[in-house]
Every structure is written in structure tokens, then in C-alpha cells.
Write a protein that binds this ligand. Structure first.
Ligand code: GAR
Length: 211
């Protein structure tokens, strides 16, 4: 099925930490390269530095921590309530370090994006940059994908390749990947918001693209 455009172009951004990808989205909106608004930022951690970025941009924010919701589905249901109340059409995970549960997946089917610091399906999960170094790959990168029930799984929207240097540390590699994350995430969000795409096998493609 071909996705329609998202009429309100309203995002909800879920974070757990630093929020540099959130900042890249805020900056792209400010620069006019991403036509969208952020209805709410939700953090899984009260201490996430990204919350200050939301405040500085005048974006409403909330903390919904797993610890306050012993039952996992209740936590996701609370997130859905806040997203819906904010009129969110597309959910963007930006360093959100929790698996997305069923209530959220069912409320936003094919309407949740994630950014991951590797060329998926290589190196899902935590410390993807360290995994890439440990494996000895010469090229790694970043992936934006639609979220499904798997860990860093789901159809791929965009990727960028990043070379691994001989003297890289996990930190230097992460910094180089992050530059690409900040470029491809706003681009991928703009593509999804524009509609006219479909999921073909493992990829998200323009609906009129040749098979
Ligand atoms: C980013 O590198 C993002 O790709 C990664 O966490 C970092 C968050 O940074 N996400 C994952 O590993 C998800 N599996 P940020 O808070 O500065 O955007």
C-alpha cells in the first residue's frame, strides 16, 4: 500500500540521552530543509541532556520512565497517550534506548523511524561502533529504518557509509558516524512525511519506482 502524505507533518521525538539527533531535526526544521513541527519530545530518562535542547527550542517535553511503569505495555501505552494528545503523526526514535512495545507499534504502524549507528543488519543493539571495530570491518555507517518488533530491524529507509580508519577508537568512529546521522535522519524524515512511498521487501521505496 502506498503511504499518503502526513497532513500535519507533526513529529514526536523519543530520546534517552544526549539528543544530538533531536538537535539535528530541530536545526533542519529551523533551516527550512525539513518541513515539520515537533509536537512533543519524550525521554525515557529524567537526566537526559536532550531534554534541555527541547526546552531551548520551546518544544513541550515529558519524561516517561520504565521504572515508573513496572508493566512494560503500560509504559508504552502512556507514551501513546502523550503522542496522540500532541497530535503526533510520525514518531522518531533518536537515541531511544528501549525496545518499542506492542501498544506503540500498533498505534503507529509503519509510522515509527529509528536511527542506528551501523549499516544494518550488521551490528544491531548496543555499542554498534565498538562492535564494528571489534569485527574489523573497513566500512560501517548509519541506517534509518522503520521500526518493527525486532531489535534495530525493520525496512530500511536510508543509509550512509563511513570508512573505519586504522587508528579509530570507538569514540572517533562514533563522532564520524554521527555527522552522517545528522545529515540522513532529517532527509529520511522529510521523505517519509512526503508520502508516496511503499515497503517493498526489506526496503522503503518511492511507490512509482521500478520493481
Ligand atoms: C546515536 O548514535 C544513535 O544512532 C544511537 O544512539 C546515539 C544517540 O545519540 N542509537 C542507537 O544505538 C539505537 N540502537 P544522540 O542522543 O546524540 O542522538
Amino acid at each position: 500500500m502506498t503511504s499518503p502524505a502526513f497532513p500535519a507533518r507533526r513529529l514526536g521525538v523519543l530520546i534517552s540521552g544526549r539528543g544530538s539527533n533531536l538537535q539535528a531535526i530541530i536545526d533542519a526544521i529551523g533551516a527550512g530543509t525539513l518541513e515539520a513541527t515537533i509536537g512533543i519530545v519524550i525521554s525515557s530518562r529524567a537526566s537526559a541532556p536532550g531534554l534541555a535542547r527541547a526546552r531551548a527550542a520551546g518544544i513541550p517535553s515529558a519524561v516517561i520512565a520504565a521504572a515508573d511503569h513496572p508493566h512494560r505495555d503500560a509504559c508504552d501505552a502512556a507514551i501513546v497517550d502523550r503522542l496522540r494528545a500532541a497530535g503526533v503523526e510520525l514518531v522518531c526514535l533518536a537515541g531511544y534506548m528501549r525496545l518499542v512495545g506492542r501498544p506503540l507499534l500498533e498505534a503507529y504502524p509503519e509510522r515509527i523511524l529509528n536511527i542506528h549507528p551501523s549499516l544494518l543488519p550488521s551490528f544491531p543493539g548496543l555499542e554498534a561502533q565498538r562492535q564494528a571495530l571489534a569485527h574489523g570491518v573497513c566500512v560501517t555507517g548509519a541506517t534509518v529504518h522503520l521500526v518493527d518488533a525486532g531489535l534495530d530491524a525493520g525496512p530500511i529507509v536510508a543509509q550512509a557509509a563511513v570508512p573505519v580508519h586504522d587508528d579509530d577508537t570507538a569514540e572517533s568512529l562514533a563522532a564520524r558516524i554521527l555527522v552522517q546521522e545528522h545529515r540522513i535522519y532529517p532527509e529520511a524524515i522529510a521523505f517519509i512525511l512526503g508520502g508516496g512511498w511503499t515497503v517493498r521487501g526489506r526496503r522503503v521505496v518511492k511507490a512509482d519506482a521500478g520493481a
